[in-house]
Design a protein around this ligand. Structure first.
Ligand code: MN
Length: 202
């Protein structure tokens, strides 16, 4: 069965000015859609056709790079849309305690997210993640994902140029600053932490 593109959880203008409707029209409407279309074409008529997205990512890792890249990018982008909100949301007490234990404060975590996003060479993803009760920042390159990694991903930032080039050109720090300071969905991170298992694509 072919997968459908998961709906954007807000209007396409909802992330302005950090991320414009024009960027979302390309990033969600073209890039995300293309990863989905390529994945659907690759799984049609194969045993993957009836699998979950998470199972396809795990099964294709290291065995089918094309399918892995497209399926991981479908998952990563759906997770990324949910990692942002029209206005930043509230962290739970559990999440705040985890952040303070690992980073000292929310402001220190925000600065580290921005620093790691800026320092990440070329394309990839910067994650807030949990493992064995401890929070950390993790980076994955290109399409690589934490969906099947042993970490519980809480939030992600897309640092591919296509995430910011139309709005901020080459100024990745401006994109990171705008998203981290004004759009992070701490409530989503809190739900992921409370569940204790990896978010699933629907
Ligand atoms: Mn992207």
């Amino acid at each position: 069965m072919a997968f459908a593109l998961s709906p954007l959880p807000y209007e396409d203008t909802a992330l302005e000015p950090a991320i414009s409707a024009e960027t979302l029209s390309f990033h969600y409407g073209k890039h995300h859609q293309t990863y989905l279309d390529k994945m659907n074409a690759a799984i049609e008529g194969t045993p993957h056709a009836d699998a979950s997205l998470e199972a396809i990512v795990a099964a294709s890792r290291g065995t089918n790079q094309g399918l892995f890249n497209n399926s991981a990018q479908v998952w990563n982008h759906a997770f990324y849309w949910n990692s942002m909100a029209p206005a930043t949301t509230e962290a739970s007490a559990e999440l705040l305690a985890g952040i303070e234990a690992a980073f000292g404060s929310v402001d220190a975590l925000k600065q580290q997210l921005k620093d790691r996003g800026l320092g990440h060479f070329a394309s990839g993803w910067v994650w807030l993640a949990e493992k064995d009760g401890k929070l950390s920042i993790e980076e994955t390159h290109d399409a690589d994902t934490l969906a099947d990694s042993g970490f519980n991903p809480l939030l992600v930032l897309d640092v591919w140029e296509h995430a910011y080039y139309l709005d901020h050109q080459n100024k990745r720090p401006a994109y990171l600053d705008a998203v981290v300071e004004t759009k992070l969905n701490w409530a989503f991170a809190s739900e992921n932490l409370a569940r204790g298992t990896v978010w699933t694509y629907a």
